[in-house]
Design a protein around this ligand. Sequence first.
Ligand SMILES: NC(=O)c1ccc[n+]([C@@H]2O[C@H](COP(=O)([O-])OP(=O)(O)OC[C@H]3O[C@@H](n4cnc5c(N)ncnc54)[C@H](O)[C@@H]3O)[C@@H](O)[C@H]2O)c1
Length: 251
Amino acid sequence: MATGGLLAGRLALVSGAGSGIGRAICQAFAKEGAILAAVDVNKNNAESTLSMLQDGPHAAFSVDISSSSEVNAMMAQIKSHFSQPLIVAVSAAGITRDHFLLKMEEKHFDRIMDINLKGTFLLNQAVGRAIRDAETKDGSIINISSISALRGNIGQANYCASKAGVIGLTKTAAKELAKFNIRVNAVLPGFIETPMTDVVPERVRDIVSLLIPLGRFGRPEEVADTCVFLASDKSRYVTGACLEVTGGLYM
Ligand SMILES: NC(=O)c1ccc[n+]([C@@H]2O[C@H](COP(=O)([O-])OP(=O)(O)OC[C@H]3O[C@@H](n4cnc5c(N)ncnc54)[C@H](O)[C@@H]3O)[C@@H](O)[C@H]2O)c1
């Protein structure tokens, strides 16, 4: 376990820790000395993420982030497992269920809202209470939204609406939680190489890459580095912000 670093000794919860961006955030946080509570609906994958880290008192927990009873149970497990309070949390769990607006099924709209938006609400509320009770000066909550929230994206009416909701939630939480020394910010990734974007056809990837000023999809660790900044004291005067990590993409 890293002994120094920007997040030395801080207990950090990361949802969606079993894959892609969430996994990269766990790796980047651990390098900066954080202790990880890696949470995912797929606990085995969260454990695989922890197996990639240097030894440390990290632990994995199972949760369906769209269920308030599961979120509450997970928070109770985290509280009893660790001897120190939660200081940092990242909401990175998310899914897509793409279809054109005129063909989209109601159940796919609802599922996206349940996981991407309500799940972020439930996590912000639960960790907001826990960090408030810790009476720390260093609280930081980071919500992974998407650049699609601002621009829209064909085939993603449900996803874009959910991620736009995450921005409104973030800005409100930033105002309400500032008095508890908890900063709340959103990260808006563009196209990042993860299992979520593996399904994008080669033809579409080529077109999208042409629209990205930096000329390529981003890597999960490039989103994770932004989260390290937002979790650390380096961003101590940043709250309610939306940080775009898109290679300059403006669609
Ligand atoms: N990859 C991109 O290009 C991109 C762009 C913008 C935003 N994002 C956002 O970044 C976040 C991470 O995406 P990713 O690309 O790493 O995707 P991913 O599919 O690789 O990982 C998502 C993780 O969330 C977990 N998860 C799904 N449903 C869950 C639930 N109900 N409860 C708990 N965990 C659940 C999955 O098991 C998985 O481990 C998502 O919120 C996504 O919307 C991704």
